[in-house]
Design a protein around this ligand. Structure first.
Ligand code: PNW
Length: 447
């Protein structure tokens, strides 16, 4: 047996997002978001699922806070639903929405759990999409107005904030690949949205400094890791291009104040360009307090001519896969963290999401999800190695506290350490919950 022991001050947490858990889509003055529109349009989400009810956390947050308390986590990462708290796009608050989050925040603090708020986890107000959504620079202004309202309302009690969750997903996956809301397939749209999301991030940071001077703010880009199939320069370059799209495209502007030239050249071949206005990169590259990293998977990849934007093909064979089909690739977690550390230096890092999809059901009141425990053990071991090699990791936030609306996959894919019955909304703690409870308590686990 090997004991994996973590540093004393490492923060343990669990994460969720508003549209994925709250439900009450038409209650409490909430307005529709692009995910309501998208999921209610047939063909977009598996089984025609939508977030109308989700896990009903809007009504069951007290139970959820108790589940978190018993789990023993230091932090809970959740997102604010923008269309629930803002009555319009000009800055009018919806008091019922504010009251909901105020109560949630208070219950967490009362139980000794530190809230970490994500401002944007993909539920853009539909009214903003109607004027072009994130393709329109106006949306950046609306975001800043919303962010300032949240800092004003909650900045006294909440000290850790995340501006944008997974800007790659919210831009390219949603507007170029088209599998997430608003479901466009247009490279230029993807680039414009990516730039405006980064600008929105920078503007929020700017406002934050004046409004919550004792707080910390960051963002949460996602990346997976690609390992070259062979030592050939072709395969190495192919992996590099694809990873730059997830990593450098979203991190160079923030940490270096520039977009990667290699990708700009590739985009230009498709007549697509990043449109940077004066001052944008200064705004985007303002110092932040930490970087969030969301990591799930990785694979081997090789050069393949005319395959997608980057002439790259991922090879997913030969790995164990989770129930969403993603390879289990803990080495990629270590490689990604050390790579980012090399690129950007000693920026404090929170793992803002890591976890696995396994669809175990309740049997005799229990959920035996040993596969998830194995996944977590392997990834926490990789994290431990990264810490030992000097990557400044401050916290680990598991995705997800509970099964929830898994975007385009609807309710067919379960990431929770707590099982949710979507008819009764009953919560059942899985074996992985009890395993993680020991980790948060001991700060170590046995391999
Ligand atoms: C992330 N992909 O989503 C999100 O931040 C979570 O809300 C989500 O539940 C979690 O990871 C699990 O999927 C992603 O297809 C969804 O590449 C899809 C992809 C990546 C991330």
């Amino acid at each position: 047996m090997t004991t994996i022991q973590f540093p004393k001050d490492l923060k343990w947490g669990a994460a969720t997002a508003a549209y994925q858990i709250e439900g009450a889509a038409n209650k409490g003055g909430r307005r529709p978001s692009i995910w309501d529109t998208f999921s209610h349009t047939p063909g977009n989400v598996k089984n025609g699922d939508n977030g109308d009810e989700a896990c009903d956390s809007y009504h069951r947050y007290e139970e959820d806070v108790q589940i978190l308390k018993e789990l023993g986590v230091d932090v809970y990462r959740f997102s604010i639903s923008w269309p629930r708290v803002m009555k319009d796009d000009e800055g009018t608050l919806n008091p019922e929405g504010i009251a909901y989050y105020r109560t949630l925040i208070q219950s967490l603090i009362t139980e000794g759990i530190e809230p970490i708020i994500t401002l944007y986890h993909w539920d853009l107000p539909q009214t903003l999409q109607d004027i072009g959504g994130w393709e329109n620079r106006e949306t950046v202004n609306a975001f800043q107005t919303y962010a300032e309202a949240m800092f004003r309302e909650f900045g006294d009690s909440v000290k850790k904030w995340i501006t944008i969750n997974e800007p790659w997903c919210a831009s390219f996956l949603s507007n170029y690949i088209g599998v997430h809301a608003p479901g466009k397939q247009d490279l230029q749209a993807g680039i414009d949205v990516a730039h405006h999301l980064l600008l929105a991030h920078g503007r929020a940071v700017e406002s934050f400094r004046g409004m919550v001077p004792d707080g910390e703010i960051g963002y949460a880009p996602n990346a997976d890791w690609l390992e070259p199939y062979s030592n050939s320069q072709e395969d190495i370059d192919a992996c590099k291009r694809d990873m730059q799209w997830k990593i450098e495209w979203f991190m160079d502007p923030v940490f270096k104040g520039e977009y990667p030239a290699l990708l700009q050249d590739i985009f230009a071949k498709h007549n697509a360009y990043v449109k940077v206005e004066e001052g944008d990169l200064e705004t985007i590259s303002q110092p932040i307090d930490f970087m969030g990293i969301n990591y799930y998977s990785g694979s081997i990849a090789r050069h393949k001519k005319d395959n997608g934007l980057f002439d790259v093909e991922a090879i997913w064979d030969g790995y164990d896969k989770t129930d969403i089909g993603w390879p289990v690739y803990p080495e990629g977690f270590y490689n990604l963290l050390t790579h980012i550390h090399q690129l950007y230096g000693d920026v404090p890092i929170y793992i803002t999401e890591n976890g696995a999809c396994y669809n175990h059901e309740v049997e005799n009141g229990m959920v035996n999800d040993q596969e998830r425990i194995d996944y977590l053990k392997q990834h926490l071991t990789a994290l431990h190695r990264a810490i030992k090699s000097g990557v400044p990791i401050k916290g680990y936030i598991l995705w997800s506290l509970m099964d929830n609306f898994e975007w385009a996959e609807g309710y067919s894919k379960r990431f929770g350490i707590v099982h949710v019955n979507y008819r009764t909304f009953e919560r059942t703690k899985k074996e992985s919950y009890y395993w993680y409870q020991k980790v948060t308590h001991n700060n170590w686990f046995e391999l």
